[in-house]
Write a protein that binds this ligand. Structure first.
Ligand SMILES: Cc1cc2nc3c(=O)[nH]c(=O)nc-3n(C[C@H](O)[C@H](O)[C@H](O)COP(=O)(O)OP(=O)(O)OC[C@H]3O[C@@H](n4cnc5c(N)ncnc54)[C@H](O)[C@@H]3O)c2cc1C
Length: 384
C-alpha cells in the first residue's frame, strides 16, 4: 500500500492535518491505536477559536463569560473572555468524520516505527504490515517518539506539565460562569483549574511541572482545597462525586524545536503546539503543506519547511510570549503574585483587537503595575 501522506495520531492536530491533506487531493491515511479514545481538551475560548478559524458553538454544552484567576492568598482577578465547555465526544467524532469525508482513510492501528526507505517513508504497524508513504506526519502527542527519535522536536521538554483531570458532579456546580485558574503555591504542583460544564458537572485538574508524571497526590490536595473554598457556596460539597479521570502531558510551557525534516513533519503536542484550537490550526497548515508537496513529488526538507515558516509567522510569537509569561509567573513569590493581583484589579486586561493589541495592552498593564517584572520577563524572552 502506498500513500502520499500518512498521519499518525487522531489528536486534535492529527485530525485537522488528515482533513487538510486529503482536501488537497493527496492520498491520505490517518492511523490511531485506539479510535474509541477521546482527546482530553474540552475548554476553548472564543478568541483562540477565532484565530484558528474553528467553529465550536455547535458543540458547546456550557458557556463561560471569562476566567477567574486565584492568587495564593485567595485574591481574585477576573478577565472577561467568552469560552465554551465542549461535548468532547461529539466534537472529536465530528472531526474524525470530517477527515473521512474529505477523503482520508482512517485505520485503527499502532504505528510502531517510521524509517526512511529508497523512495519515501516506511511505517511498521503493530499488525506486522509495512506501509509506504511519501510523507509522514507525527501527530501522536507529547509521548510520541516517531519523529523525536530522529531529531529534536521540542525545546524545554522538561517543562511539559503532567496533568490529571477528573469530572466531578455536585448539584449546580456546572452552572458557574467563569473558568478558574489557580496560580502560585495555592495550586499544587504549578497550576490548577476548575471548568464548569453545565448543570451538575465540572472538571478539576492539576498541571504539574518538574515533579515527574505521577501527579495524583497534587490533585488530591487541590480537591481538598477546592472543597474548602466552595464549602460556603455548596453545603455538603465534600460528598461531591468524582467520576472519570484523564491523564496526559500538556506542553503549554515548552516550545517547538525542529518540526520538519526530509519526508517527516510533526504537529500538535508532539511538537509542543499545545492547546485545542491552536494545535488544530497547526495541523491544518501542516496537512496542507504535506498534501501539496506530495502531489508535487517533492518531500525535501526545503519544501516541507514552508510549514515551519508559516507556523512561526502565524502562531510562533504567541507561544514564545506565552512561555516567557509563564516562566516569569513561575519565578514570582506568592507575595509578588498577590501584589500583582492587587495592582491589576479593576484594570481592563483584555481589549478587543488582534493578538499584538491584546498582548501590548496586557504587557503595559503588568509592567506599569510591577515594573520590577520587566527585566525578568525580558530575560525569559531571550532564553526562549
Ligand atoms: C488532562 C488535560 C486536559 C487538557 N485540557 C485542555 C483544554 O481544556 N483546552 C485546551 O485547549 N487544551 C487542553 N489540554 C492541552 C491539549 O489537550 C493538548 O495540548 C492538545 O489536545 C494536543 O493533543 P496532543 O497533540 O498532545 O495529542 P493527544 O491528544 O495526546 O493525542 C495523541 C493521539 O495519538 C495516538 N497515537 C500516539 N502514538 C501513536 C502511534 N504510534 N500509533 C498510532 N496512534 C498513536 C493516541 O492514541 C492519541 O489518540 C489538556 C491537556 C491535558 C493533558
Amino acid at each position: 500500500m502506498k500513500f502520499d501522506v500518512a498521519v499518525v495520531g487522531a489528536s486534535p492536530a492529527g485530525l485537522s492535518a488528515a482533513a487538510s491533506s486529503a482536501r488537497t487531493g493527496a492520498r491520505t491515511v490517518l492511523f490511531d491505536r485506539n479510535l474509541a479514545s477521546v482527546p482530553n481538551a474540552n475548554t476553548v475560548f472564543d478568541g483562540m477559536a477565532a484565530a484558528a478559524s474553528l467553529n465550536v458553538d455547535h458543540f458547546s454544552i456550557h458557556q463561560v463569560i471569562g476566567m477567574r484567576l486565584v492568587s495564593p492568598s485567595g485574591r481574585i482577578l477576573e478577565i472577561d473572555a467568552r469560552g465554551h465547555f465542549l461535548d468532547r465526544k461529539r466534537f472529536y467524532a465530528h472531526h474524525l468524520n470530517f477527515a473521512a469525508d474529505c477523503g482520508a482513510e482512517i485505520v485503527e492501528s499502532e504505528v510502531r516505527s517510521v524509517s526512511r526507505s529508497a523512495d519515501g517513508m516506511e511505517l511498521s504497524l503493530s499488525s506486522g504490515d509495512v506501509i509506504d508513504a511519501m510523507i509522514v506526519i507525527d501527530a501522536g502527542g507529547v509521548d510520541s517518539r516517531l519523529a523525536s527519535s530522529m531529531f529534536k522536536t521540542m525545546r524545554h521538554p522538561e517543562d511539559v506539565a503532567w496533568a490529571v483531570e477528573v469530572d466531578v458532579r455536585y448539584p449546580g456546580i456546572g452552572e458557574e460562569y467563569r473558568f478558574e485558574y489557580w496560580v502560585g503555591s495555592i495550586a499544587p504542583g504549578w497550576k490548577a483549574t476548575f471548568s464548569p460544564a453545565g448543570d451538575d458537572m465540572a472538571t478539576l485538574g492539576v498541571f504539574v511541572r518538574r515533579h515527574g508524571r505521577d501527579v495524583q497526590r497534587f490533585l488530591d490536595l487541590f480537591i481538598r482545597r477546592f472543597i474548602n473554598r466552595r464549602a460556603g457556596s455548596y453545603p455538603g460539597i465534600e460528598r461531591m462525586k468524582i467520576l472519570e479521570t484523564r491523564r496526559g502531558g500538556d506542553p503549554i510551557a515548552a516550545l517547538p524545536g525542529r518540526i520538519v525534516d526530509k519526508g517527516i513533519m510533526v504537529t500538535g503536542g508532539a511538537a509542543a503546539q499545545s492547546g485545542l484550537a491552536y494545535s488544530m490550526r497547526a495541523g491544518e497548515i501542516c496537512g496542507e503543506v504535506a498534501g501539496r508537496a506530495a502531489l508535487a513529488g517533492d518531500a525535501s526538507r526545503k519544501r516541507l519547511s514552508e510549514y515551519s515558516r508559516r507556523w512561526w509567522r502565524e502562531l510562533g510569537p504567541q507561544y514564545v510570549l506565552g512561555r516567557a509569561s509563564l516562566e516569569t509567573l513561575r519565578s514570582m513569590s506568592d507575595a509578588e503574585i498577590d501584589r500583582l493581583f492587587l495592582a491589576l484589579s479593576g484594570r481592563n486586561l483584555l481589549v478587543p483587537g488582534g493578538l499584538w493589541k491584546k498582548s501590548a495592552n496586557a504587557f503595559l498593564n503588568v509592567t506599569r503595575s510591577m515594573p520590577g517584572m520587566l527585566p525578568r520577563f525580558l530575560l525569559n524572552l531571550l532564553r526562549f
